[in-house]
Write a protein that binds this ligand. Structure first.
Ligand code: UDP
Ligand code: LCN
Length: 806
């Protein structure tokens, strides 16, 4: 604990005003204030990022306050959490009497967490010291970035770091590089170098020179097979290229690395090494399938993301293996849960081919109960924890059966898949990549502090432990946006929320993960351009589908559709989402109900969940269905709303966005928080202007007022003003419907493509593969052992207690 002067925190003339403001807060009802509460107290709406007025200089009290994330009021002192920089917090404890504040003291994270625990439990350490978890020391082995702006650019950083290490310590690195290449094989077949013929790095350089001399005199048009035996005689195995010029080029890149290493040649050479032909993608929960699944509880963007990712990854691998001169067919297997009671899906089928691929499969493995019997019904993602360990071991057997060997890369998805990927990677030694899609910790307010209140429904103690272990065990992590990792100037990132936290009464985390480690990489997903293409691309549109869907959206009547429109020609405000609470579809219905200015000229068209509560088995979905019906009644929305509660094929959803665009409609994504938001990309690719939540990924996808609009989903008055202004903007200039529509299409084309995604993913796999071999394996072992211990002592037993409950 160290004393701090108020004037270290803000300019001296502001101290009194700030203290007055703080004393007011202390006297208020709320004792645990979050950023929005503080802004409200300041007289600003929730979510507004900026402090206004004259008193906003860099050291003003408002500038200080603008970075305060939390204020916790105790009997005699107050605790302030100040996020002075992205990802970096300081904690101040300020004593107070009735009318006066004392001097602030900076306290440690451990002291902060003790105080937080006390706030919730009021035990004051009487129960003994809680378990304190700290991963910080395990990151000592790794190079770290310093500037928060570089967070998420792991691959660039690692490249630079490795190439300068090679430059500075060539002897060690030449040996490491040589050993790495010498043992390099794919599916048991030795590639690149024959260790018996080329015994060390000096010999390798000699032989590369010889090969270059010989190949440069060889016919350029020759395929590599024609020089294969000559290369073998020199000690080179296949894998260098498919043609003589490519072999020469790859060998030249390696020579450059030995002689004048720089990050470009390292990246270029490593990217060419054929290291991956078999991939396992793990995604246990929900209904994972190709038909009839989207929109079901727990089944949304992750399925779309993985299927698109796998298709484009297969093409990418085919091409790169061909270019390496190898006749190897890649194989990708998505491992998910087998659900015998499959509710009209194919989830009961063990093996399903993925459409439009040559060799990609969905492999389904069951969850088993304590007696090893197959669990035959769907289980919410919040209840899957006790099943995952045995699922992982069975998945390992099944994967070996399908792949004939271990995969070359394991990709985990979401908290459950990432945990299973960690177990599989630990068992097989295969490199592990994690993709969170969404970390629940940021979605539910106080989900860590008041976890005990939510435990019965959500089991966050297990989910957050799984997240913590998996993010530390992973070799690398892919995030869809920067803010998923490190947030924005004012809002914490999803991964950032694991830096330190406490589950009072269970454990405290003093150092959860290191966001400055190069394992973190931002690679955004793309969209399937064959389905989500511009509405103006008339030649590609299927007339019959347009007609059928227009009927379904605006006229058809059946038990899965609610509402009859008075005037179907009005401008459609469209939304589509799973009926999770956080998606806030009900909020949009309420906003529509409350705004006559919008109701008088628009219809609300909703594709979400089910319209009938008896058709749903998910508590959150049921609650939302009831709430929407209630709102429709309260605001007398019948005649102005259509609610389609069907699971539509993907091709239909593409056409729906286009039909909405034909009618000069808009897409609204009103989530209270959205991790990324594939629907935003989909609508934009079809040229449908989007109004999306400002909380989460959409704020990185959309440039406000250029290619879409950001909204505060809880401020209906502002949404109304934004929509009305947009609908009234006529002509050809900026902010018109055509302007936003065209810019939206351009934005997705430029920034969100699967081709780019897979190039980056494979570069990462190879670079981390090399780094892991050369440097980190032994060091990382310590972190893995710590994680495993926590898994056995904290996770397993607790998970077992939830077994058998749906
Ligand atoms: N989707 C759908 N039907 C629905 C709801 C959603 O086809 O009723 C699709 C939608 O087109 C998108 C995905 O499910 O591809 C939702 O992804 P997003 O990232 O927006 O949200 P998530 O559901 O993953 O939270
Ligand atoms: C999960 C979510 O909640 C969405 O925001 C993402 O777009 C989706 O996964 C795909 O990553």
């Amino acid at each position: 604990m160290s004393l701090v002067k108020w004037t270290d925190l803000m300019r001296s003339e502001d101290v009194k005003v700030f203290q007055g403001f703080l004393l007011e807060l202390i006297r208020g009802q709320k004792k645990y204030l979050l950023r929005n509460d503080i802004l409200l107290a300041l007289g600003e709406g929730p979510g507004t990022g900026q402090a206004h007025g004259d008193d906003t200089g860099p050291f003003s009290w408002k500038a200080f306050l603008n970075k305060v994330q939390e204020i916790i009021v105790f009997e005699r002192f107050v605790v302030i959490i100040h996020r002075h920089q992205i990802t970096r917090d300081r904690f101040y404890k300020v004593p107070f009497t009735r009318a006066r504040l004392g001097k602030p003291q900076e306290i440690s994270v451990s002291e902060l967490l003790d105080l937080r625990d006390y706030f919730v439990l009021r035990t004051n350490g009487a129960e003994g010291v809680p378990l304190k978890i700290d991963f910080t020391p395990f990151y000592d082995y790794a190079p770290h970035m310093r500037d928060p702006k570089n967070v998420g650019k792991g691959i660039e950083f690692l490249n630079r770091h490795l190439s300068s290490s090679i430059f500075q310590n060539p002897e060690k690195w030449h040996k490491d590089l040589f050993e790495f290449l010498k043992i390099h094989s794919l599916g048991g077949k030795q590639l690149l170098i024959n260790g018996a013929k080329i015994g060390d790095d000096t010999k390798l350089i000699e032989q590369l020179d010889r090969a270059a001399e010989w190949l440069s005199e060889t016919d350029d048009s020759w395929e590599a097979t024609r020089v294969e035996s000559g290369l073998r005689a020199l000690g080179f195995e296949p894998g260098w290229g498919d043609s003589v010029p490519r072999v020469l080029e790859t060998q030249q890149l390696l020579l450059n690395l030995f002689e004048a290493p720089d990050s470009r040649s390292l990246e270029a050479f490593i990217s060419r090494i054929p290291m991956v032909s078999k991939v396992a993608v793990i995604s246990p929960h929900g209904f994972f399938g190709q038909e009839n699944v989207l929109g079901k509880p727990d089944t949304g963007g992750q399925v779309v993301y993985i299927l698109d990712q796998v298709k484009s990854m297969e093409s990418y691998l085919q091409e790169s293996l061909r270019l390496a001169g190898l006749d190897v067919e890649p194989k990708i297997v998505v491992v998910t849960r087998l659900i015998p009671r499959s509710e009209g899906t194919l989830s009961h089928v063990r093996l399903e081919k993925i459409k439009d691929t040559r060799n990609c499969w969905i492999l389904r493995v069951p969850f088993r109960d304590g007696d090893k019997n197959v669990v035959d019904y769907w289980i919410s993602r919040f209840w899957v924890w006790p099943y995952l360990e045995s699922f992982a071991y069975e998945a390992k057997e099944e994967l070996t059966r399908e792949l004939g060997r271990n995969p070359d890369l394991i990709i985990g998805n979401y908290s459950d898949g990432n945990l299973v990927a960690s177990i599989l990677s630990e068992e097989t030694g295969v490199i592990q990549c994690n993709i969170a899609h969404a970390l629940e910790k940021s979605k539910y307010l106080f989900s860590d502090l008041y976890w005990q209140d939510m435990e019965a429904a959500y089991h966050f103690s297990l989910q957050f432990t799984a997240d913590l272990l998996a993010m530390n065990m992973a070799d690398f992590i892919i995030a869809s946006t920067f803010q998923e990792i490190a947030g924005t100037a004012h809002v914490r990132g999803q991964y950032e929320s694991y830096l330190y936290y406490s589950l009072p009464g269970f454990y405290q985390v003093l150092g959860g993960v290191n966001l400055f480690h190069p394992k973190f990489n931002v690679i955004s997903p793309g969209v399937d351009a064959s389905v989500y293409f511009p509405h103006t691309d008339q030649a590609r549109r299927d007339r019959e589908r347009v007609q059928r869907l227009t009927g379904l959206l605006f006229e058809a009547r059946d038990e899965e559709i609610f509402g009859t429109l008075e005037d179907a020609k009005r401008i459609p405000i469209f939304t589509m989402a799973r009926l999770d609470k956080v998606k806030n579809v009900a909020g949009l219905v309420e906003c529509f109900g409350k705004c006559p200015e919008i109701r008088s000229r628009c219809n609300l068209i909703v594709v979400a969940g089910k319209v009938n509560v008896s058709q749903s088995a998910d508590p959150e979905e049921k609650e939302q269905i009831e709430r929407i019906h209630h709102l429709i009644e309260e605001y007398r929305l019948d005649g102005q709303i259509r609610w389609i509660g069907k699971h539509l094929p993907k091709a239909d959803t593409g056409e729906i966005y286009r039909i909405m665009a034909d009618m000069k409609g808009v897409f609204v994504q009103p989530a209270l928080f959205e991790a990324f938001g594939l629907t935003v990309l989909e609508a934009m690719s079809c040229g449908l202007p989007v109004f999306a939540t400002q909380f989460g990924g959409p704020s990185e996808i959309i440039q406000h007022g250029v290619n879409g609009f950001l909204i505060n989903p809880t401020r209906y008055d502002r949404i109304r003003d934004q929509l009305v202004a947009f609908l009234e903007t006529a002509g050809d200039g900026p902010l018109t419907w055509n302007f936003i529509s065209q810019n939206a299409i351009a934005r997705v084309r430029e920034k969100y493509t699967w081709q780019h995604y897979n190039e980056q993913l494979m570069k990462l796999t190879k670079l981390y593969g090399f780094w892991r071999y050369a440097v980190t394996n032994k060091e990382k072992r310590k972190m893995k052992l710590y994680s495993q211990t926590l898994f056995h002592l904290l996770f397993k037993q607790r998970a077992a207690q939830t077994l058998g409950v749906p």
